[in-house]
Design a protein around this ligand. Structure first.
Ligand code: GN1
Ligand code: MG
Length: 370
């Protein structure tokens, strides 16, 4: 505890840190909520902040994350103000000596960002109103960042969301671990084999020039959307380490695979996992209320594929990590990543089973009935 208090203190030179608690349930970085002795009423901004230890096994160049953060938080904040959008971007908090990060004696990389006050987030979506807000949050974020040239952002995580790369990693992990062959593993292997060609769909479209790289969020899952307590409206999208050039389809697919799975990605009952098309329709409606302004005809064409692909992708990443010995995602038990993979693959199957319905919903939004 003392150790954490003193690290947090590096980011709060004029305050006494009184508490540091683990916060959220990220799979990669370690996140803490810091409380200082500031007065909550008069200085809410100084009372709490978020402290994170970046996992440098995953993010090999954490300085690039901070560099990007400076660039896009400033851009988005300015644009939101110009356009009258009520939108909050977390701020980077500097150390006593004006750095964006602090490296402790063990070489750990720490950084701090402001806490979004008066908000809450949810693990799963229970009603259409929240679904709309989750979609709206992603659309607003992408809109506000859409005029920032992608070339101004560094690549903080090479290969992120690139399916052909994930397949290569999978093949490698499998060739070293072919002995793990329970019934569940066999199910996963078969699942992947049947979708190898489909896995290329977004990267092919990009190579053919149909889809272009733009700044994206990278990880817009439900619990990263901050909902204002007083209004129920989305006012921020947090977890900004993967904001970098990408396809907006990674975001929409990721948001849908997270939002339309009522049992959540951590359920142990993978056989009961399913995709909820009604929630999906409400997310898309909220998303398109903002994204309409920048989506092209080709972008719409790949919406269904992106929804199907991103749950497959996450399942493949979990499965690969299980085969590789749980080296990327944090796990609570040795089978955890296998269980998570089964959840995502079941979700993918449900998306496939609902294909006609989902395409119909998308179609109705492209050309709304008059
Ligand atoms: C990871 O750490 P967390 O929970 O914010 C992962 C995402 C996955 C997510 C699944 C950098 O995000 O891509 O969708 O787990 N982030 C990275 O819960 O790999
Ligand atoms: Mg994340």
């Amino acid at each position: 505890m003392h150790h954490y208090l003193s690290i947090a203190g590096e980011f709060a030179p004029s305050r006494r840190v009184i508490d540091v608690q683990e916060f959220g349930n990220g799979n990669i970085n370690d996140t803490y909520l810091v409380t200082t002795d500031a007065d909550e009423q008069s200085q809410p901004e100084e009372k709490y902040f978020i402290l994170q230890r970046i996992n440098t096994q995953v993010f090999k160049q954490p300085r690039l994350i901070m560099q990007n953060m400076r660039t896009f938080t400033e851009h988005v904040r300015r644009r939101a103000q110009e356009e009258g959008h009520k939108w909050i971007m977390p701020r980077v908090i500097s150390t006593c000596d004006g750095q964006d990060f602090y490296i402790d004696l063990q070489g750990n990389f720490w950084r701090a960002i402001s806490y979004v006050h008066g908000t809450q987030s949810f693990e799963t979506i229970k009603d259409a109103r929240l679904a709309y807000e989750v979609g709206y949050a992603l659309g607003t974020f992408q809109y506000l960042i859409s005029d920032l040239p992608a070339s101004r952002l560094a690549d903080t995580l090479e290969g992120f969301h690139i399916m052909p790369r994930y397949l290569q990693n999978f093949d490698q992990a499998f060739s070293h671990n072919g002995h793990k062959s329970s019934a569940e593993v066999k199910r996963c292997l078969k699942f992947v084999e049947q979708r190898r060609e489909f896995a290329q769909v977004l990267e092919n479209a990009r190579e053919q020039g149909k889809l272009q790289l733009r700044p994206v969020h990278g990880d817009p899952k439900v619990n990263n959307v901050m909902i204002e307590l007083s209004t129920g409206r989305a006012i921020s999208l947090v977890d900004l380490d993967t904001v970098k050039p990408g396809l907006i389809h990674y975001d929409i697919g990721d948001c849908m695979r997270s939002g339309c799975n009522p049992l959540g990605e951590e359920t142990e009952d993978w056989e009961a996992v399913h995709f909820d098309p009604q929630i999906g329709a409400a997310i898309l409606e909220g998303y398109l209320s903002q994204a309409r302004h920048f989506l092209s005809a080709a972008d719409y064409e790949y919406l269904f594929d992106s929804i199907r692909l991103l749950s497959f992708e996450l399942g493949l990443r979990f499965f690969t990590d299980y085969l590789a010995g749980n080296v990327y995602f944090k796990v609570r038990h040795p089978q955890h990543n296998l269980q998570r993979a089964l959840v995502q693959f079941k979700l993918t199957e449900s998306i496939e089973a609902h294909e006609a319905e989902i395409r119909h919903i998308i179609q109705g939004m492209v050309s709304p009935a008059i």
